[in-house]
Design a protein around this ligand. Structure first.
Ligand SMILES: Cc1cc2nc3c(=O)[nH]c(=O)nc-3n(C[C@H](O)[C@H](O)[C@H](O)COP(=O)(O)O)c2cc1C
Length: 173
């Protein structure tokens, strides 16, 4: 699981943690990574990774991308920003470009998002972006999505039922 909100008390991170709890209760081996406090540089488009299978930039991305390469399922967790994924999540997706030419185990991709909007359609832009990534990685698919709506930062996710929904989703893996 990669949680990409940098906000202290992040709702999407709490959503992710509930999913993790469910997945662990179902017996899965789960690793949780947050981008909080991690150095993460933009992809420069040098495409050297397409011959070397590794990124030249020395920051937190290569280790996370290596974990994505080896895992069976990845869960992207993001707040909805301008009806898309968070910028930092997009940067990490760009930095995963070595996967394009690598062998990987990854099969199932899940997306968990939170947003202020009351409509679950608010996740559509996130899903579209992730679908573009999945389409470039043969054998992978978006296996599930969850959009926790009605969560501007002055609300509380605690009593919305979304944490329980995320737990059930994780437990059903
Ligand atoms: C820069 C920015 C852009 C946002 N854009 C949207 C948006 O397009 N649609 C929406 O419903 N909420 C939007 N929000 C609200 C957040 O998605 C929402 O409060 C979310 O629950 C925050 O998640 P977090 O606590 O994990 O960071 C935006 C918030 C920020 C800071």
């Amino acid at each position: 699981m990669i949680s990409t909100s940098l906000r202290p008390g992040s709702f999407s991170e709490r959503l992710g943690m509930s999913f993790v709890e469910g997945a662990r209760d179902a017996g899965h081996d789960v690793e949780f990574a947050s981008l909080k406090g991690k150095p993460l540089r933009f992809c420069t488009g040098c495409v050297r990774c397409q011959t070397t299978k590794r990124c030249m930039l020395n920051d937190s991305a290569p280790a996370i991308v290596e974990k994505i390469r080896l895992c069976d399922a990845v869960v992207w967790v993001t707040p909805v920003y301008y009806y898309s994924m968070s910028g930092q999540m997009k940067v990490l997706i760009d930095r995963s470009n070595p996967l394009y030419v690598s062998d990987y185990n990854l099969k199932d991709v899940y997306i968990l998002a939170t947003c202020a909007d009351e409509s679950p359609d608010a996740i559509d832009g996130v899903v579209k972006g992730v679908q573009g990534w999945v389409d470039c990685l043969p054998g992978t698919r978006i296996a599930g999505t969850l959009c926790a709506t009605g969560l501007p930062v002055d609300k509380d996710i605690g009593d919305t039922g979304f944490l329980e929904e995320a737990y059930r989703m994780g437990k059903s893996l």
